[in-house]
Write a protein that binds this ligand. Sequence first.
Ligand SMILES: [Zn+2]
Length: 170
Amino acid sequence: MQSFKKDLQKSSKAWTYFDLLPADSEGKAYTKCKISDCAVKLAYNQNTSCMLYHIESKHPIQYEEMKNTKNINNQPISRQDTLKFKNISAERASLITKAIADFISQDMRPISIIESSGFRGLIELLEPGYILPTRRTLSEQTILKQYEGLKLKLLKELETVDGCSITFDY
Ligand SMILES: [Zn+2]
């Protein structure tokens, strides 16, 4: 049983049954069980043992399924898997968060885009160690700051013009 668990850790098969949630406002990551309507949330600390334990104790059918597919998918750790568990620097993470905020505000995308599976897949492929902020964190901490900066700049510019017309949509 012990070596089976080790194999699962390597291929991270638990991810078949769990989603990685965006970090909360304190930067803590959670995973969410996808099996039927279980929706259990587990703190995620860079390994899958809690997830495996949860599947083993709560979802015996899925646990059997994982065991049975063991040999089909028993490949060595790929570079992608290794990167998944590598933490990136706080500096790099904040650069990415800022770039995402720029993308959303400059291209006028809805903030909810950071929760879409396509966008998350793209980010995970490009920077596997990066954990996306929540919508709330992104709008309150990043986009709001950028808005204040832009507002000041715009007010300064407006001081020097005699008149202007504004159009907008939302
Ligand atoms: Zn569950």
